[in-house]
Design a protein around this ligand. Structure first.
Ligand code: SAM
Length: 246
């Protein structure tokens, strides 16, 4: 497989959508070797306890280190080479972006640790760092109940980059946030019919003039990026590429 991915969670069913659509097919065709593990497999008490009260007080519970330590020992043998990457979703992590998705898609083995409650005892990441590269990642500036949905988001962004997953590889470079498009947002798209409810497809798209179409798309992408996400837009005076013509 191009990528082995292990997901550890107390809610394996949450990851069921990974069996659907393009990611499901990638797993069935052997591009992706995906395994979802129940953290409670690595508990030993009758109640299969995974959480406890926080030291120092405060609201909520914290995930205990022991089951996590055993889980990671089982999934990543000591001395594994190359060292797998442990992705820990957390709102306090570095932002997940298309560039991070590209980075992760180049890895042979990813392990995802889904936190719940107030997160995982910090020593788990410290201990894992002795044999894995630990990457704490946030999918956005908001708080979810658990890491499962964040892992769905990240895996979907990563797996579609693996060769053979998306039918036409050009569609990966012709979209928002692609480095090939300077990280710009994609402009509007249209399909048949040419006129619908009094709204016409921009004539340039019907012109057959590929140069004019490329310029129009670039202008639309720049306009949209400046309007919606100005921090992603190139500085106006940089005058790079077609921007100088607009
Ligand atoms: N107490 C933590 C804090 O303030 O940083 C929040 C814990 S949150 C309620 C529970 C779990 O959801 C986290 O351990 C993490 O796995 C996941 N999570 C929540 N928001 C997330 C985000 N924006 N990105 C990635 N994971 C997130």
């Amino acid at each position: 497989p191009a990528l082995r991915a292990d997901v550890v969670t107390i809610f394996p069913d949450y990851l069921a959508p990974l069996r659907l659509s393009l990611i499901g097919r990638a797993a069935r065709t052997g591009i992706l070797d995906l395994a979802v593990h129940d953290l409670r497999t690595w508990t030993h008490d009758r109640h299969r306890t995974v959480d406890d009260t926080p030291y120092g007080g405060g609201a909520g519970m914290v995930m205990k280190p022991e089951p996590w330590g055993e889980a990671l020992d089982a999934l990543v043998p000591a001395g594994a080479d190359p060292r797998p990457r442990l992705v820990v979703p957390t709102p306090s992590g570095r932002p997940f972006t298309q560039a991070v998705a590209v980075e992760l898609a180049a890895e042979p083995h990813l392990v995802f640790a889904c936190g719940r409650y107030e997160g995982i005892d910090s020593r788990v990441a410290a201990d894992a760092a002795t044999r894995m590269r630990v990457d704490e990642v946030s999918i956005g500036d908001y708080v979810l109940n658990g890491g499962e949905v964040a892992v769905l988001v990240m895996l979907e962004a990563v797996v579609r980059l693996l060769p053979g997953v998306v039918g036409n590889p050009a569609s990966l470079t012709e979209e928002s946030h692609a480095a090939e498009h300077d990280g710009l947002l994609e402009g509007p798209v249209f399909t048949k019919p040419t006129s619908w409810r009094g709204l016409d497809v921009p004539p340039v798209l019907l012109s057959g003039d590929h140069g004019a179409i490329a310029r129009w798309r670039r202008e639309q992408a720049l306009e949209r990026t400046r309007r919606v996400r100005p921090e992603l837009a190139p500085a106006p005076l940089e005058g790079r590429g077609l921007e100088g013509l607009t």
